[in-house]
Ligand binder design. Sequence first.
Ligand code: NAD
Ligand code: LMR
Length: 367
Amino acid sequence: MPHPVETDTIKIAVLGAAGGIGQSLSLLLKTQLTAFSNRRHVHLALYDVNADGVRGVAADLSHVDTPITLSSHSPADSADALRDCLINAALVLIPAGVPRKPGMTREDLFAINAKIVGQLGGAIAQHCDLSRVFVLVISNPVNSLVPVMVETLYASAPAASAGVERRVFGITHLDLVRASTFLHEQTITSNLTERSDIMPYVPVIGGHSGDTIVPLFSLASEQHHIPQQQLESLVHRVQYGGDEIVKAKNGQGSATLSMAHAAFQVVKNFVLLLTGAADTLSGIFYVSLLDRAGQPVCPGAGKLLALIDGCTYFAAPVTATRAQGVVDVDYGILAKISAYEREKLLPLCLPKLKAGIEAGRKAGTTV
Ligand code: NAD
Ligand code: LMR
């Protein structure tokens, strides 16, 4: 189902669009994005190796009454499917890959999903303008697959990849969504607030797997006294929230609907940036702190590296611009966190995160 794409169109490619996240996210994009597109035309290019699946999703969504257009791409339909999907894309969303089953860790997905993300990264290097595109990695393990993507882009497009690490973002926003939800539940059930209509904002930094997830309840927008034991169970619930869904789905996959919601919150801000409605984008993202020459991507990244034992990728508050990608990393957040977060949670996070990064870097260089 090819579709002509106008030049001032914002083209968003969804790779893995027939999957659980891909379908729900595409629905949100098709139904909700017009409100954020600043009168620019948006086109959704949906790609999946499941040809019937992606054709069906595109056909189904094409009946939704918004001006956003759609196209469906699959290797079974055309040898150039991935190229047609990616060409002129301003934003590439990647929920392609295998989800967990009960008893698995996200790291157990690494071998298969690194191949998928590496292959997609090779195509992005070939068909996208790397000085312009933003790549958002959702597939797990995010801790390793973001380095896989960055290394693949470097390796596949040596002449065009300068600065590309500033344009690749690992999506950990579901952890913030969970932390806010669980804190809200806790304050209601413990009668800590009468204001059930206010959702707190809770920053979560580090990575996106077990102990690498570092929720910062000390910096929550709504402050209540939570006894240490309850606080520790809240932290544990955020770190292992994904397991609750995997267990409930009992072999039918992992979080899809809450993930699509989280991804949509992020994508709408990228669209505001792309349309020029916003000059900068701010949020917590898992990004590379070093450039290809091994230099910090910005002074803030250099300062953060010194505080996190040289961990080269980290989910931290970042600021990005359309032209340059990540331009600032807020290392100052670490000066504000509690002793428990600094002395207990961070030391557990860093070695595991480093191991995940190293695995991803190695795999990415061999793609
Ligand atoms: P799913 O199995 O429902 O969908 C994955 C889709 O990817 C399928 O349609 C499949 O055909 C497609 N696919 C496989 N190989 C592909 C390739 N080479 N090119 C294009 N498409 C390909 O899985 P899901 O529930 O949507 O989860 C997708 C990924 O997202 C998993 O790795 C999961 O662990 C991860 N995830 C991440 C977060 C997060 O917070 N970042 C949250 C939830 C899930
Ligand atoms: C999540 O946090 O829900 C996702 O990373 C999926 C998973 O495997 O838990």
